[in-house]
Ligand binder design. Structure first.
Ligand code: GDP
Ligand code: IMO
Ligand code: MG
Length: 432
């Protein structure tokens, strides 16, 4: 009985999903992305080579794997083309092993233009998006006016729809932001020419995945972003616009929930966030700076400094619940090696009342006080460690504390950016 697994970010993204998916992918035939777009930046290190995957599933770096982009992903054809070219320049071809859903929505230039204008107009209240046009594309999807990859198969119809949409966007952006109009004719023709390159990859991903599963092939569903950036379960409105949590794997690929056997949550041994929004355990000042420098916490795509802080138990418990996590993978343990003490956010308090559940209201998240537990630091080098027995006792105590507090077992600990730099605590997670 093959086992299909979804890997999901526990926090606000950048947990090290790329590294983890690359490590796990050896045990699977297919890696499928189910949401998000080129806002993702999944870093994979293979020997001397560093890949930052944005739209392409991480499995693409292994030449014997098939990579699938599901219907829940929003695709900017230019971003896809550039990524394929970059990979080819690095000696990796996607030919014959990349499939793109014919139901995925497209990102058009007006989405990026609209997002930039809207973010600029928000001033201090801005979301801090990646400005890739992700939100506006999902808005059009929900508004039932989006353009899908399958629309590219009928250029005449595509032209008609696209021109009407540009005219509509021009009216909105001129009225709201005094933005200059886009040329409908030019935009449409250029886009069509560019997007035609995607046609050979288009397929019915639901048919493909279900058929391959029937044949005994194992599928790894690769989440982008993280649970706290999920449109429904995240720190709304400071979220992305897709279903990053595990449930998104079903809606985003056309695979039913009964066919996914496990959900693995990836969390850093501490916490980071990029962009605006609440971050209860944020470490401001020198403390946060220290983690940022040691952890190299700068955006893989935008280069923006990531906000840094401590592992947050109520947040991880929340994430474990909404994803139904079967196990966790803790990354970047090595970054904490030098600390004398490691704070862990244990409980929240508002107006004298202590609680452990992650609240819905943004105002609560901004006001709450965090009660910390302090774990003794191990102050020993764990970088690249591969055996549990080689982990310092205090590092193991720290991991046990996280696991006990969250109520989810830890399957693996990552001790460096490379594929083999990890300690397996429970390899059963990989067994069919
Ligand atoms: P993702 O978006 O979740 O895939 O994460 P990113 O790739 O954006 O950020 C994670 C960063 O941490 C990347 O630079 C990885 O190479 C790096 N990384 C992942 N796991 C480890 C680890 O265990 N130790 C160290 N030192 N770096 C890691
Ligand atoms: P990976 O897959 C971290 C954040 C942005 C912003 C918010 C909305 O690498 O973990 P968007 O452009 O999606 O509308 O921006 O979400 N964000 C991420 N933060 N990692 C990511 O992806 C992210 N993708 C989006 O910074 O706060
Ligand atoms: Mg990232």
């Amino acid at each position: 009985m093959p086992k299909n697994v979804v890997v999901v970010g526990v926090q606000w993204g950048d947990e090290g999903k790329g590294k983890v998916v690359d490590t796990l992918a050896g045990h699977f035939s297919i890696v499928a992305r189910y949401q998000g777009g080129a806002n993702a930046g999944h870093t994979v290190l293979v020997g001397e080579r560093k890949y930052v995957l944005q739209l392409l599933p991480t499995g693409i770096v292994r030449p014997d794997k098939t990579a699938v982009i599901g219907n829940g992903v929003v695709i900017d054809p230019e971003a896809l083309r550039q990524e394929i070219r970059k990979l080819r320049d690095a000696g990796t071809s996607v030919d014959g092993r990349l499939l793109v859903s014919d139901r995925a929505h497209l990102i058009l230039p007006y989405h990026r233009a609209h997002e930039a204008a809207a973010e600029n107009a928000r001033g201090d209240g801005k979301i801090g998006t990646t400005r890739k046009g992700i939100g506006p594309s999902y808005e059009d999807k929900a508004g039932r006016r989006g353009l899908r990859t399958s629309d590219l198969r009928n250029p005449a119809k595509f032209r008609e729809k696209c021109k009407a949409l540009v005219a509509e966007k021009n009216r909105i952006d001129a009225a709201l932001y005094s933005a200059p109009p886009l040329d409908a004719e030019e935009l449409t023709e250029k886009f069509l020419q560019l997007a035609e390159g995607m046609l050979p990859y288009l397929t019915d991903v639901s048919v493909y995945l279900n058929t391959e599963m029937d044949r005994g092939k194992r599928v790894l569903f690769e989440g982008a972003q993280g649970t706290l950036l999920d449109l429904d379960h995240g720190t709304y409105p400071y979220v992305t616009c897709s279903s990053a949590a595990a449930g998104g794997a079903c809606t985003g690929t056309g695979v039913g929930p009964t066919r996914i056997n496990a959900a693995i949550g990836v969390s850093k041994a501490y916490a980071t966030r990029v962009g605006s929004g609440p971050f209860p355990t944020e470490a401001l000042g020198a403390e946060g700076e220290k983690i940022r420098e040691r952890g190299g916490e700068y955006g893989a795509v935008t280069g923006r400094p990531r906000r840094c802080g401590w592992f947050d138990v109520p947040l991880a418990r929340y994430s474990a619940r909404v994803n139904g996590l079967s196990s966790m993978i803790i990354t970047k343990l090595d970054i904490l090696d030098t600390l004398a003490e490691v704070p862990v956010g244990a409980e929240y308090e508002i107006k004298g009342k202590r609680f452990k559940d992650f609240p819905a209201e943004i105002e609560c998240l901004e006001q709450l006080k965090v009660h910390y537990r302090t774990a003794p630091g191990w102050q020993k080098d764990t970088f690249g460690t591969r055996e549990v027995s080689q982990l310092p006792q205090r590092a193991r105590d720290y991991l046990n504390l996280l696991s006990d507090q969250v109520g989810v077992k830890i399957a693996m600990v990552s001790t460096g950016p490379e594929r083999e730099q990890c300690v397996w605590m429970d390899e059963a997670v990989l067994c069919p």
